[in-house]
Design a protein around this ligand. Structure first.
Ligand code: G1P
Length: 903
């Protein structure tokens, strides 16, 4: 196994000859809207949103031939050479290393590739980044004479300007180019389409797309090629544009063109460099919504000094923002963790769209992803999260289902991306998990008392019927009988979500699968499918919600909570009825019917202890039901696991079948996490997972075994080749949740095995072929897929911090309860985690001089800034919020915990 070399800047890495590896792409983004993907040869694309693509949108398969890239040419004598490596000659010589050297370096939000043409004696260093606060990319190109003689060359910047909606790739590509109005300013090319083309209603367009450039000392271009045709020439290509090859003079500043594909191409005056000398060109490519913005951007970044200052600022800002760092016995792992902690930022910026593998969706974020991204925010920057959580609860419908897409800005909910009424049965789970972490990290249990409205649209009865009285003019919020927008507490939202789910069961009295659960690809069992996996998860939620309610009572002194009167139906206290699936469904229907159009608006006060007991008794009942009905004994002694699903024929999908063992990871994860599996069962589950699902060379634990069947009665996943995506790949998110569940239940070795296999494979560049980070999944041959945008990153980070290092909030206090293995300490026996908690920068250091393993050590002593701290029974240290609040917020406080042999 070999990992990429890491550089001095935290997380930064290098790749030699990166263009010899396929599918590599790197994300860059601004705090505004710019979102870019860049390949080692500066292909990829750049956009603000679905409608506003600066560069032509690309999918992963376009990366092989993405030559209409960001380019910068040099014409030297009769030869032409591309500083980004994209020319016919360079492509032909790609596998002949004696001609050309290249080395990519990249760190958080910047990429540099240095390329040397040995025969020409030129080295070009090209850096690309997005400055923080404007919608552009900056490309800095430094050309150095590495030969022995003076170098004379003519430079050309060349970036095709797509300038329109991604939809127009296959919908009127030519017609939309007719809208282009192109002009050559003194410093580059600007295209402003006359209208946003949309046959449902064309709109005037004011957005301008530009490529501007300056040479040394503010030198301006001397000739322009504003259209693709004028740059490539008749019969020319992006690998050998005739404007460069034939030294065409181009048109002067002030020229215009119309109705053609636009090209941000221009030439600079010839340059002469003495041996060892270098010059820098600055190229700005971006999108401006107003003419003033275009001017401002040019004034702000238009010189190499300004661009370099913006680069330094961008790098520093991202290092600062990713305010978590690890020190373990494995330096490569620590670097990897920088990327894992950075990935949640990328997911917030990109959503689940807009990188080459993520060529679906139109922006916006999915419900599940929204809540899980909050997890990492809570660990890195919890400031505004409380408010965000409250707003997100406004996406819940009164029947416990929810809007599935969140548009731009918080609180902007959309029922479904494709206008299909679908209910994902896992959706009600995540808000509570996030709220729970929020309460633990901040101590703000009063959030349960805060108010939020409910989302309203035409969907009723949990997506099974329409509300005939609903009109879009009534707006997107639930109203009461008097026509007022109804709002309820966050606690009420949670109760409705958890209780409604409890009653929506299938024939085996497990929660119905509906449109799908976490696994989006289980989408063909809406009638009779049941997700045992998420029934387990919800059982855990019921138990935890009971705990949150008791905490609320303890903390606030309240004895009752107000809830919507209709909710009383869902609080029936007759466990005998719970055995009867049909009776449960009827009860749910009664509730949902009452709320089909409006709610009464009446509230009843419910005693908190009764509420908590009602949830606990449901959890008890459910766990017992699951243990009795879902456990499967494995074929070998010591093996066994939980059946995760029933298919649309009502059959259990796992067990020993004529085609072999069928086992899925999801059911195990939530049986363990939800507290359904007993310790003995966990031992049998891990033995089975190791036997049937584990493959360390390619990421670790697969999502499922090979069913050797298409299973049209369960989901599209069975149509995928085995080992790909949701069908048996090592799907990072589930593998990390498996680890998390194991840690929570005290199985640290098994948990680390899952985390380590993911990290080892991600870092093994020869196998994963991705830059450092956690991909969505590892496919059958171990290649990392759908890199960067994955909920796995939030969970990985959360598991490392709160479980492995055991640094976690408990009702607002800080608890330290490590589960580090001996191998995770460095040679001196220490392991460190730097993070911010309660707004205080902390460095938590565990000292384990005897290099003991988890289970062998106890916490012997602890100190905060040198002052001793009490240790609780040798297993944990708890530092109260008051103590933390009294610490100064501007300096890092050192917490040291010494581990010694347990007696
Ligand atoms: C993606 C989706 C996530 C879904 C999962 C499995 O996972 O974003 O909502 O649950 O596929 O179908 P991710 O890429 O976030 O790991």
């Amino acid at each position: 196994m070999s990992h990429l070399p890491f550089l001095e800047e935290s997380g930064a890495f290098a790749v030699d000859r990166p263009e010899t590896i396929s599918y590599l792409y790197f994300p860059l983004a601004s705090d505004t809207d710019m979102k870019s993907a860049v390949t080692p040869t500066f292909g990829g694309d750049a956009k603000l949103d679905q409608e506003t693509f600066l560069l032509e949108p690309v999918s992963a398969e376009n990366l092989h031939d993405n030559r209409a890239s960001r380019n910068f040419w040099l014409r030297c004598g009769g030869e032409i050479w591309s500083c980004t490596g994209v020319s016919a000659a360079q492509e032909a010589q790609r596998f002949t290393p004696d001609q050309e050297d290249s080395r990519l370096q990249a760190g958080l939000m910047w990429q540099t590739v240095e390329r040397t043409a040995r025969p020409l004696g030129i080295t070009a260093r090209v850096t690309l980044f997005c400055p923080l606060s404007d919608n552009l990319e900056i490309m800095l190109v430094t050309v150095r004479n590495t030969g022995a003689r003076p170098l004379t060359a003519t430079p050309f910047a060349a970036v095709p300007l797509y300038g329109r909606s991604a939809d127009n790739i296959r919908d009127h590509r030519n017609v939309t180019s007719l809208l282009h109005r192109i002009r050559c300013t003194g410093h580059g090319v600007v295209v402003q389409p006359t209208m946003s083309f949309d046959e449902r209603g064309h709109r005037p367009n004011h957005t301008q797309y530009y490529v501007l450039g300056a040479g040394p000392d503010g030198q301006a271009p001397v000739g322009f090629y504003p259209t693709v045709e004028s740059f490539l020439g008749e019969g020319g290509t992006y690998l050998r544009p005739r404007a460069v090859a034939e030294d065409c003079p181009g048109v002067p500043a002030g020229s215009t063109a119309a109705g053609r594909e636009a090209m941000g191409a221009f030439r600079f005056p010839e340059l002469t460099l003495a041996p060892g000398a270098e010059v820098t060109y600055t190229v700005l490519l971006g999108v401006a919504r107003t003419p003033e913005e275009l001017d401002r951007v040019w004034q702000r970044y238009g010189s190499a000094e300004q661009a370099r200052a913006a680069l330094a600022e961008t790098r520093a800002a991202w290092q600062r923002r990713v305010n978590v760092s690890f020190h373990t016995g494995d330096a490569a792992f620590d670097h990897l963790m920088r990327w894992v902690c950075f990935q949640p930022f990328l997911r917030r910026l990109f959503g689940c769209s807009f990188l080459p593998h993520h060529d679906y969706g139109r922006g916006g974020r999915g419900w599940r992803d929204l809540w899980q991204d909050c997890l990492s925010l809570l660990l890195m920057d919890p400031g505004g999260v409380g408010r965000m959580i409250e707003q997100n609860f406004g996406g819940v419908r009164i029947d416990g289902t929810n809007a599935t897409i969140i548009g731009a800005g918080d609180g902007n909910f959309i029922a479904d991306r494709n206008g299909i009424a679908r209910v994902w049965m896992d959706h009600a789970l995540w808000p509570q998990m996030t709220t729970r972490l929020y309460i633990d990290q901040t101590g703000d249990v009063e959030i349960l008392d805060r108010q939020a409205p409910y989302f309203k649209d035409a969907q009723a009865l949990r997506g099974t019927a329409l509300d005939p009285d609903y009109r879009p003019e009534q707006g997107g919020w639930q109203r009461d009988a008097a026509g007022q927008v109804y709002s309820g507490t966050v606690l009420e939202h949670l109760l409705i979500e958890q209780l409604a789910a409890f009653y929506e069961v299938g024939d085996h009295n497990m929660y119905r699968l509906r449109g799908a659960d976490w696994n989006d690809a289980l989408d063909m069992a809406a009638e009779h499918g049941e997700s045992v996996a998420f029934t387990c998860a919800y059982a855990g939620n019921l138990r935890e919600l009971a705990g949150m309610i008791r905490l609320l009572g303890r903390r606030t002194g309240a004895r009752t909570a107000p809830v919507l009167a209709e909710l009383a139906v869902l609080l029936d206290t007759d466990p005998a009825r719970w055995d009867d699936a049909a009776a449960k469904r009827q009860l749910l229907a009664r509730y949902a019917e009452q709320c089909r159009h409006t709610v009464s608006g009446q509230r009843i006060e419910l005693p908190l202890d009764e509420l908590a007991n009602a949830l606990d008794s449901r959890a008890d009942w459910l766990m017992d039901w699951l243990r009795r009905h879902a456990w499967i004994d494995g074929p070998a002694a010591g093996e066994g696991w939980y059946n995760s699903y029933y298919d649309d024929h009502g059959r259990a999908v796992e067990g020993v079948f004529p085609t072999g063992v069928r086992m899925m990871l999801t059911g195990q994860v939530f049986a363990i996490m939800g507290g359904v599996a007993t310790d003995e069962q966990i031992r049998r589950i891990t033995a089975s997972a190791d036997h049937y699902l584990y493959r360390p060379e390619a990421g670790g634990y697969r999502l499922n075994t090979d069913f050797h069947e298409l299973k049209f009665d369960l989901g599209r996943m069975f149509g995928f080749a085995y080992g790909e995506k949701e069908n048996g790949a090592v799907f990072s998110h589930m593998a990390v949740m498996y680890a998390n569940a194991l840690y929570r239940r005290g199985f640290a070795h098994a948990g680390w095995k899952a985390l380590k296999a993911l990290a080892d494979t991600a870092l093994d560049f020869d196998t994963s072929r991705i830059y450092p980070g956690i991909p969505e999944y590892f496919r059958a041959d171990g290649r990392g897929m759908y890199h960067y945008l994955t909920g796995a990153a939030s969970w990985y980070m959360m598991t490392m911090i709160t479980q492995v290092f055991g640094v976690r909030g408990q009702e607002g206090d800080l608890l330290l309860a490590p589960a580090l293995l001996a191998e995770q300490f460095d040679a001196d026996g220490s392991a460190e985690l730097a993070l911010t908690f309660a707004g205080r920068p902390l460095c938590v250091r565990y000292e384990n001089p005897a290099l003991l393993d988890v289970g062998q050590y106890r916490l012997a002593a602890a100190s905060l800034d040198g002052a001793p701290l009490p240790v609780d029974g040798g297993v944990s240290v708890r530092i109260s919020r008051a103590v933390l609040d009294a610490l100064d917020a501007d300096t890092t406080h050192r917490i040291t915990v010494t581990l010694r042999a347990a007696q």
